[in-house]
Design a protein around this ligand. Structure first.
Ligand code: SAM
Length: 247
């Protein structure tokens, strides 16, 4: 679970700028009750609880991840439940948000309907980050196949690798108003830490174990690491955010 937590921390770093901007824009710190759906090991919920005056709640279907969150990301009230049936009354939160959740659920529309239901009229529903692997850019071109295989592996695990581009449609269909959808930018400077590269490759090796031979994976890893070292590597997975208000 600790490796997963480190992975989630790295992902949360990628999306920190937009999260800070949206927290300020919606004055999340001053809200009374905020819910993160799919809170995992508590990286985002814990961070938000530390800036909030009110109560932060984190909910996840994964009991071990939630137990880890209680211990290692204190602050929020955590519970184990399914996003498809949130165990809260209608109109009970000022905001409901998620971060890298919707790609993993079989019915994102039903999850958004639940997030909308539990949010008060005038409150905010936010998807802070959802990727779209359909727009992935890999350079050097010898790594394009790596991206293609990772996208296929995600789909085989039940994820929707193109969830990002669907956020606008999903938010509209949920009946939310004042919807805004955006895309996180990309910036490359320096080399990622060896911890970040190792974390990426631990995930790739587990995702691609049955799709790509060990030999090919080793060679792709070498190309990837050389490219990062030489300062020529570009890896860009378009990551969308969306927010709307409950009418
Ligand atoms: C990629 S993790 C993101 C965790 C956390 N939001 C973060 O960014 O650190 C996705 C989380 O969604 C949870 N999840 C997936 N389907 C769910 C469902 N139906 N109900 C509640 N949580 C769900 C998973 O258990 C996992 O912890």
């Amino acid at each position: 679970m600790h490796d997963l937590h480190l992975r989630y921390q790295i992902q949360a770093n990628w999306t920190m700028a937009i999260r800070s901007r949206l927290c300020a824009r919606f004055s999340l710190a001053d809200m009374s009750r905020v819910l993160e759906v799919g809170s995992g090991t508590g990286v985002i919920a814990g961070e938000l609880a530390s800036i909030m005056h009110g109560s932060m709640y984190g909910l996840d279907i994964d009991a071990p991840a939630t137990a880890y969150a209680k211990k290692n990301s204190p602050g929020p009230q955590y519970l184990v439940a399914n996003a498809l049936s949130l165990p809260f009354p209608t109109n009970s939160f000022d905001a409901a948000l998620c971060h890298f959740l919707l790609l993993w659920v079989p019915s994102p529309q039903e999850v958004l309907a639940e997030m909308t239901r539990v949010t008060k009229s005038g409150g905010a529903v936010l998807a802070l980050a959802e990727p779209d692997y359909g727009g992935r850019i890999d350079y050097p071109s010898s790594l394009i196949e790596l991206g293609r295989q990772q996208t296929l592996a995600l789909a085989a695990q039940g994820a929707d690798p193109q969830i990002g581009r669907k956020l606008h449609a999903l938010f509209s269909a949920a009946g939310l108003v004042e919807i805004q959808v955006g895309l996180l930018g990309g910036e490359w400077s320096g080399t990622p830490s060896s911890e970040e590269i190792d974390s990426e490759w631990t995930m790739l090796q587990s995702d691609l174990a049955h799709r790509v031979s060990d030999e090919d994976l080793d060679s792709l890893k070498q190309i990837d690491q050389d490219a990062w070292r030489k300062g020529s590597r570009i890896l860009f997975v378009p990551t969308f955010y969306a927010h709307g208000r409950v009418p």
